[in-house]
Ligand binder design. Structure first.
Ligand SMILES: Cc1cc2nc3c(=O)[nH]c(=O)nc-3n(C[C@H](O)[C@H](O)[C@H](O)COP(=O)(O)OP(=O)(O)OC[C@H]3O[C@@H](n4cnc5c(N)ncnc54)[C@H](O)[C@@H]3O)c2cc1C
Length: 280
């Protein structure tokens, strides 16, 4: 449980961090995934570049029709932000359900997205919110829609020389609903199943409902089968029944010592139903 030797560098700005990056270096944010991996020698970087004190990465800002959350904002900061609560309430409530207070005080949204743990909460939250993830490399910034950011088991569309800088979350109009529910692994609080649902009031009574699920497969996914079942329907017990039954359509369901494939599939349906019931 002792990591191999590494150099520690503290970046003062994003451009400073970019200039320090190399094949053998790793960014350090909250350290809550990277340090355990280093202690297990699953990761052995020569250099850690600490980005956790870069002020420009920690802010949460109002930018008109969306809010911008800095990649180094902690789960705690996000859970307690009135700006976030007003823009899309499930983003704050989801952040508040991550781990315990120690994890929330240190862990960051950018670190969690980059790590892409299949049981993490942020992937479902940003996919359902239709967020955009802004990343910065030597060639400048680029924006990646959350739906195409996660590419596999602990894999993302982020290039090795890029830093996540901002997460852009569209504001929901008044009268909209959003919710995040999860069935937790009782020791870590990671999601065995997590379900995020957004209903945008601007799209009317039978408007598009966005549903994203984490914990169930090798990466979080948009539950298109569930959404299709609700398209053009008033949300009712009957439409929720039909929709929840499709929670794992076209998905390879994980099986591990916390939940077998059959059990996880069942729990996914139960938690999709729980989330949809909040929309009635
Ligand atoms: C006991 C425990 C319980 C937890 N419970 C939960 C839970 O219930 N739900 C949940 O979702 N998570 C949970 N976590 C994970 C935690 O929420 C952290 O957010 C997550 O570990 C990674 O964030 P971090 O800031 O600590 O990143 P780090 O560990 O510092 O970094 C993780 C990876 O991301 C890279 N990275 C960091 N920041 C950036 C950036 N801005 N751009 C590009 N790459 C970057 C690093 O180089 C590294 O590869 C738990 C962790 C622990 C230890």
């Amino acid at each position: 449980m002792i990591p191999s030797k590494f150099q520690y560098k503290r970046a003062e700005s994003v451009s400073d961090a970019l200039s320090m990056m190399s094949d053998d270096a790793k960014l350090l944010a909250g350290g809550h995934s990277l340090l355990p991996a280093m202690k297990l020698r699953l990761n052995q970087p020569d250099t850690l570049i600490d980005i956790s004190r870069i002020e420009e990465l920690k802010s949460i800002k109002d930018e008109g029709d969306h809010i911008v959350i800095g990649a180094a904002a902690t789960h705690h900061d996000i859970a307690h932000s009135n700006l976030v609560k007003g823009a899309c309430s499930m983003i704050a409530s989801g952040a508040g359900q991550i781990g315990d207070i120690q994890v929330r005080n240190a862990g960051t949204i950018g670190g969690s997205l980059a790590h892409a743990d299949p049981a993490a909460d942020w992937p479902a939250l940003v996919i359902a919110a239709e967020a955009t993830i802004r990343v910065q490399g030597q060639g400048g910034p680029r924006d990646i829609p959350a739906a195409s950011f996660f590419t596999g088991f602990y894999e993302t569309a982020l290039a090795d020389d890029e830093i996540i800088t901002e997460i852009h979350i569209p504001k929901l109009p008044a009268g909209s609903s959003s919710t995040y529910v999860k069935f937790v692994q009782p020791a870590s609080r990671f999601a065995i199943v997590g379900c995020a649902v957004v209903k945008n009031a601007a799209e009317g009574e039978v408007g598009n409902i966005k549903v994203a699920v984490t914990g169930v497969s090798e990466m979080a996914y948009r539950a298109h089968g569930v959404e299709d079942e609700l398209m053009g329907q008033v949300v009712s017990d009957e439409s929720i029944d039909r929709a929840a039954a499709r929670a794992t359509d076209h998905v390879d369901v994980l099986s591990d010592h916390y939940a077998s494939e059959k059990y996880r599939k069942h729990i996914a349906q139960v938690y999709v139903r729980k989330a949809l019931e909040t929309l009635k």
